[in-house]
Design a protein around this ligand. Structure first.
Ligand code: ZN
Length: 203
């Protein structure tokens, strides 16, 4: 399986990192080794001093698809969750300054924890979902999918022009504003609406 991530999909987040608003989705990949096995902690890597959380709605692909028309995108996923696109911001800045690819900053081991998957039928509108991240019991980041520049259906259409989607592939749909650093000892909890979908300890 592969993890396809969308960058700068919320205008307020693009602004907070002083990036331009994109005219097409910014896409990058993470390998399978970026997942964190269920209930395992995230171990702060020694190559970075500035790991940031980015809280993102995650879509799990359940059908093989290529060149999917946006009006049929909804047939290609049944379950959604919330994940963290962990980003080594110090490394990313260094790479961006040189115009180099972001993989060292974005695709490292354990950089993509994902919560438990919930059937989308539990939610009335995928394009109007509140989600949030608590750190040590305090809300640190929140967003709503209606603020996406490219919605889930359009993302699936665009992504599948370039990458054949396979069963089990995950799409990280981008982070709203409010990203920030994590520290060893933190306890992260993710919510979609009022459903808690993950617990993650930072070690
Ligand atoms: Zn992200």
């Amino acid at each position: 399986m592969k993890i396809i991530c969308v960058g700068r999909n919320y205008s307020e987040h693009a602004k907070e990192l002083k990036n331009p608003i994109p005219s097409e989705p910014v896409l990058f990949l993470k390998p399978e080794t970026a997942l964190i096995p269920n209930k395992q902690p995230f171990f702060y890597p020694d190559f970075s001093q500035d790991i940031h959380f980015e809280t993102e709605i995650v879509i799990k692909i359940n059908r093989l698809g290529k060149n999917i028309d946006a009006q049929f995108s909804h047939k290609y996923y049944e379950e959604i969750s919330l994940g963290i696109d962990f980003t080594a911001r110090d490394i990313q800045q260094r790479l961006k300054d040189k115009g180099l690819p972001w993989e060292r900053a974005k695709a490292f081991d354990s950089s993509a924890p994902v919560g438990k998957f919930v059937n989308k039928a539990n939610f009335s509108d995928i394009n109007n979902l509140d989600f949030s991240l608590k750190i040590d019991g305090e809300i640190k980041q929140q967003g709503n999918t209606k603020e996406m520049l490219f919605n889930v259906d359009n993302l699936i259409a665009e992504i599948s022009k370039y990458f054949t989607l396979k069963i089990g592939d995950l799409i990280f749909t981008g982070t709203p504003a409010g990203v920030g650093p994590i520290s060893i000892g933190n306890h992260l909890e993710g919510y979609i609406e009022d459903k808690k979908v993950f617990n993650l300890k930072i070690r």
